[in-house]
Design a protein around this ligand. Structure first.
Ligand SMILES: [Ca+2]
Ligand SMILES: [Ca+2]
Length: 183
């Protein structure tokens, strides 16, 4: 059973990060739209190498998500299918699916605009604002997550990531990794 607290966390990622076109389910079109939003944020044009790389990563993430979560094989990942998949993840975060690792790395690299191996508040909040989240809330979320540190390394990010999906602790710093300050 997924607790209400964890369901709220999962629904935030479902709605704000995956169901890009807000249709109520996740499918391939959401990833195409996400790639367009990212390209707009970074100023890339169709055919630019980094744009192609983002499209390839998102295609791989969608293929992995669909094969792992789309239980009824209708080409859509529903909220129920999403929750079941993350419930399985939470039982063994170390055994995460390849696409889940890829998505964590994708988000980290997307946020690390300066490419110095760490993300700061501005990098974190500007990516989330481009995806439609409230920028001021994302800045506050970074502060709660980083607990006084100016930036978060990839090593730290992975620990926070697992907390987000698996932890029942309402005070876990990882709860703020997707830019929301309360659930
Ligand atoms: Ca959708
Ligand atoms: Ca489905």
């Amino acid at each position: 059973m997924v607790s209400d607290f964890r369901k709220k966390k999962l629904l935030h990622v479902f709605t704000a990060f995956f169901d890009t076109n807000k249709s109520g389910s996740i499918d391939k079109k959401d990833f195409e739209l996400a790639a367009e939003k990212i390209a707009k944020l970074r100023g890339w044009k169709e055919g630019d190498a980094p744009y192609k790389k983002v499209q390839e990563s998102l295609t791989a993430i969608w293929n992995g998500l669909q094969s792992g979560a789309d239980a009824d094989k209708d080409g859509q990942v529903s909220v129920d299918e999403w929750n079941t998949m993350w419930e399985n993840f939470s039982k063994n975060p170390a055994g995460a699916a390849e696409w889940q690792r890829l998505y964590a790395k994708f988000i980290f690299e997307l946020e690390d605009a300066s490419n110095d191996g760490a993300i700061d508040s501005e990098e974190f909040s500007s990516v989330y604002a481009s995806l439609g989240l409230d920028k001021a809330e994302a800045v506050a979320a970074f502060g709660k997550m980083a607990q006084g540190k100016p930036n978060i390394t990839w090593q730290q990010f992975q620990v926070l990531w697992n907390e987000y999906f698996a932890s029942e602790d309402v005070n876990a710093p990882g709860n703020f990794i997707f830019g929301k300050t309360n659930f």
